[in-house]
Design a protein around this ligand. Structure first.
Ligand SMILES: [Fe+2]
Ligand SMILES: [Fe+2]
Length: 325
């Protein structure tokens, strides 16, 4: 049985974003946070690495002496946007040929990342080429906006099969169009800087309804809501009119996607059993509680021209208001 999605979160999510944003002009320093978030963990066992990775890690250690070679290897090889390494060991093979595996790596750690778009199930972050900070941000955004279009297209198909209200499906399809437009906007921003990016579709991963509901909690309710706020920050702080205009368009759409995510969450909760629904709500609270930490990290690595942003403060206001709603 399907239940119509409620839309009562629409107002509260939008208002919450605006309240958080009202803090922006008052901030004056970058805050870095300590502590261990519950964003997730990773483990790489016997991960082979090639000479290119080894050389990049060695160069990294030279420029950042605090970073041990193993941590650098782990940083380069671990999926996603990693926050810290708990354990790490590596072995270098004695006889190596260029292009072949030259060592083995085993590491565990923790991660948390703010993506600028909803990532589809099973998505793996592409490696971003070393460019300046703004180029790196835009390159990552281009990949994530492109991925978000894939995510919404896949989700629309799944929702239709599960008998979700046509309005939900249509909103996902419309969001996919938005995301394709966002990718084009960001690719144009890169082109104006003489940079190029190759966007590739990743093989879709389809799961059952419960796993899709979990993905919506992380990638939609938490990530898209936070990324809507982040896009607003970019739209206000970007150092050129062209950038601010492009980010403002993205921010407007992302706020709508955030609202959609919360409406989808309410629909998903209505489709599962009591225990699963409670687990989804628990996951939601944990994901929203992680927003300040993740938002702070993202703001702390904004390019110089964007000025200082109190990411922890902004993310904290957003997180608190969402938890209270
Ligand atoms: Fe987007
Ligand atoms: Fe989005």
């Amino acid at each position: 049985m399907s239940r119509s999605p409620h839309t009562s979160h629409r107002l509260s999510v939008s208002l919450t974003l605006l309240v958080a944003l009202s803090l922006l002009p008052e901030v004056g320093c970058v805050l870095r946070t300590g502590g261990r978030p519950a964003s997730g963990t990773f483990a790489l066992e016997a991960q082979g690495f090639d000479r290119e990775v080894l050389e990049r890690a060695q160069a990294w250690v030279q420029t950042e002496p605090d970073k041990a070679l193993c941590d650098a290897l782990c940083e380069l090889q671990a999926p996603g946007d990693k926050k810290g390494v708990d354990t790490c060991s590596h072995v270098l093979h004695e006889q190596t040929d260029k292009g072949r595996v030259v060592g083995e790596l085993s590491c565990t750690g923790w991660w948390g990342t703010l993506a600028t778009g909803r990532r589809p199930q099973g998505w793996r972050a592409p490696r971003i080429e070393q460019v300046d900070a703004l180029g790196a941000l835009l390159s990552r955004m281009a990949h994530e906006e492109h991925a978000a279009a894939q995510a919404f297209t896949q989700l629309a198909g799944q929702l239709r099969r599960w008998g979700a209200p046509e309005a939900c499906v249509a909103r996902c399809e419309s969001a996919a169009q938005d995301e394709r437009a966002h990718a084009r906007i960001v690719v144009d921003m890169l082109a104006e800087r003489g940079l190029d990016v190759v966007l590739v579709d990743q093989a879709p991963v389809y799961t059952g309804l419960l796993e899709a509901a979990r993905n919506n909690v992380i990638e939609g309710c938490a990530n898209e809501t936070a990324s809507a706020l982040f896009a607003q920050v970019l739209a206000i702080r970007a150092p050129s009119v062209a950038l601010r205009t492009g980010f403002a368009r993205i921010a407007r759409d992302e706020m709508r996607h955030a609202e959609l995510s919360w409406d989808l969450h309410r629909w998903f909760v209505g489709q599962v059993g009591e225990l699963e629904a409670a687990a989804l709500e628990g996951l939601l609270r944990a994901a929203v509680a992680d927003i300040p930490e993740i938002f702070a990290r993202e703001c702390a690595r904004l390019p110089d021209g964007f000025g200082y942003v109190d990411g922890l403060g902004l993310g904290g206001v957003l997180s608190s208001a969402l938890l209270a709603a």
